[in-house]
Write a protein that binds this ligand. Sequence first.
Ligand code: F0G
Length: 457
Amino acid sequence: MEFKTIIEPFKIHSVAPLQMTTQSQREKYIEEVGYNLFSLHSDNVLIDLLTDSGTGAMSRNQWAAIQHGDESYAGSPSWLMFKDAVQNLFPYKHVIPTHQGRAAEKILFTAIGGKGKVIPSNTHFDTTRANIEYTQAEGVDLVIAEGKDPSSLHPFKGNMDLVALEEFINKTGVANIPVVMMTITNNSGGGQPVSLENLKAVSAICKKYAIPFFLDACRFAENAWFIREREAGQADRDVADIVREIAALADGMTMSAKKDPMGNIGGWLALNDDDLASMCRNLLILTEGFPTYGGLAGRDLEALAVGLTEVISHDYLKYRITSTAYLGKALLKNGIPIVEPTGGHAIYIDAKAMLPHIPPLQYPGQALAVELYKVGGIRGCEIGTVMFGRKPDGSEVASAMELVRLAIPRRTYTQSHIDYVIEVCAEVAAHSQELRGYRIVKEPPALRHFTSEFAPL
Ligand code: F0G
């Protein structure tokens, strides 16, 4: 008999207390930090859905691995365990450990970026784009049209627009394209997966033009699960098998091990090309560390080696993807518009649709995120005009979408925490017409969402 309740496939082994606060306390805390949720003391946040990055709970086997870690500077057994675990899923010749994903990006683009170079992706994550642009290269997003429509029900909204990719290659010239990237799942596009068919097609295009193909694979296991669930002919496959097939389509990868590898810190760059790997290792030594630990301690490497074996468990992935969908479905039932279909690691509330009376330049996403904190102590993240609106020439342009991301840390919150989140969202929706926009009173020159201060209108 298969029961309809999908339970957390773990029991709680160690707990951290949540500090209860009242609405009037939270109104004071958020006012004190200029209505910027990044500036809150996390003790004053009840349910923290700011990110799924590095915020998950490790297993007892991972904690045991932490104790087992060996801190030899060079050639530690912990390094070999890590390398084997990575290559078991991603059999690239060279594995280069870094302290997190953006360090891998920085090294890769320092090696292959530069003025005149253009790097296409389905959608670059913001640190990826920033690292590309820092070398004076350019990042281009070529996700399919459905990927930009919050209400489209396409099963693989992270797919690359293949026609646009080929047109782009012909227009830009192969010599100016050092790599084609694919972000799986597509975080900036709503945590939406990429199909195996699309990955194969991108790989074939890259082969045809002899352009290297790299994955930004932070949420590879969630993406593979969606392939198993949604793509014809994949339902009986082992997720590990799907992951290996994806890996074989590409020439290398960047990784933030703070996501699917279940770490609190970590990342890597992996690739087949010997010359490029040697260049990257030299850069690694400059900024991260010796090639057998990168930016990490031996204990971190071991915890990640174990995490990589846990994340590909079907029981885990079924629970993970179902519980994200559970939150999404409940919000829809309460009339709250979200990006559909629900993705892997987060639910994205469509603040533009929910607060049509607040114009984009009065930051509806920020207004909603602040209200969720005031009413229920929930911390989400605005992904809209606050994050993307300021252009390099100083102008301010409304973002295409005004979203609030509720990212779900792995194995951290139970269903009753999520039921509470649903209740708070419904309460905010019930008085959404009363919400007012914000103006920015203090703004840094770049990445303004992290430190800007706001005032209510
Ligand atoms: N690529 C993707 C798709 C990401 O989502 C992230 C981080 C990175 C690269 C960079 O990795 O943080 O380890 O340096 N995303 C986090 C988030 C920060 O909240 O979505 P990092």
